[in-house]
Design a protein around this ligand. Structure first.
Ligand code: ATP
Length: 238
């Protein structure tokens, strides 16, 4: 059995003491791509931020690689193996591609050259300032930057934001490759549901801050109505 990289139990998390997600159970195992889906405001970003320790956990447990993250600061959670690609990509626009990668790289971790194998498009841009890159190139870099930290668990929030569907179609298989080749677990929030499902082993649908559906990717690919119902409000499922 693959090791459990992320184990979220009964999570409530939110802002100024008010929960935006409630009673969320969610797991990610090694080598898995798990999609976190749901309408706007459902709590997807909040869930990712809670895993990274960036929003308050109001109740429940989060364990990364078998270790509870209770009381851990975001930096410690990152050192425990969590890399987070945020919605805004979190890059340093004034620094070059190389400098952005260096900032994230850990000593004795995979060299930048190795990570660039995944993203050959970045190699000729290595000394270019990030602010001069296209949106697609910046997104590639955001993922590359997460990879140089050699994560066990990769959280990717709305990778497709501001990108053309054609680019998204190219980027998402890269995420699959990362999981397959590095054994990292990936939790990906994505608004292009069909594309997300094309690479996901399993998916959770959040609605109004709660898990409305949890199902294997192949089941959802074969039954699109199941997904549509969960967005609109069918019965709760585990
Ligand atoms: P989207 O796809 O629109 O990003 P989402 O599913 O990621 O949506 P969240 O961004 O997690 O949803 O938001 C969940 C709820 O938390 C929403 O009601 C939102 O208004 C609220 N919320 C998000 N960020 C904050 C914040 N910084 N302060 C207060 N409330 C917030």
């Amino acid at each position: 059995m693959s090791p459990r990289l992320l184990d979220v139990r009964g999570l409530s998390a939110g802002y100024r003491g008010i929960p935006a997600v409630r009673d969320v159970d969610l797991v990610v195992d090694a080598g898995e791509v798990v999609a976190l889906l749901g309408p706007n405001g459902a709590g997807k970003t909040t869930t990712l931020l809670a895993v990274s320790g960036l929003v308050d956990r109001l109740a429940g447990e989060i364990a990364v690689c078998g270790r509870s993250t209770a009381g851990m600061r975001p930096a410690a959670i990152a050192r425990a193996g969590v890399a987070h690609v945020p919605e805004d990509r979190g890059l340093f626009a004034r620094l070059t591609v190389r400098e952005n990668l260096r900032v994230a790289a850990r000593r004795s971790r995979p060299p930048i050259e190795l990570v660039l194998d995944y993203f050959p498009e970045l190699a000729p841009l290595i000394d270019r300032r990030v602010g001069l890159l296209s949106c697609g190139e910046q997104q590639l870099l955001a993922i590359a930057r997460a990879l140089v930290a050699d994560p066990k668990l990769l959280l990717v929030d709305e990778m497709s934001l501001g990108l053309s569907p054609v680019l998204v179609e190219r980027l998402l298989p890269l995420v699959r490759r990362v999981a397959d080749e590095t054994g990292a677990g990936v939790l990906v929030v994505e608004q292009h549901v069909d594309l997300a499902l094309s690479i996901a082993d399993r998916a959770y649908v959040l609605r109004h801050g709660e898990v409305a559906l949890h199902e294997r990717g192949e089941v959802l690919r074969a039954n699109p109505q199941l997904l549509a119902d969960s967005y609109l409000g069918g019965p709760r499922a585990d």
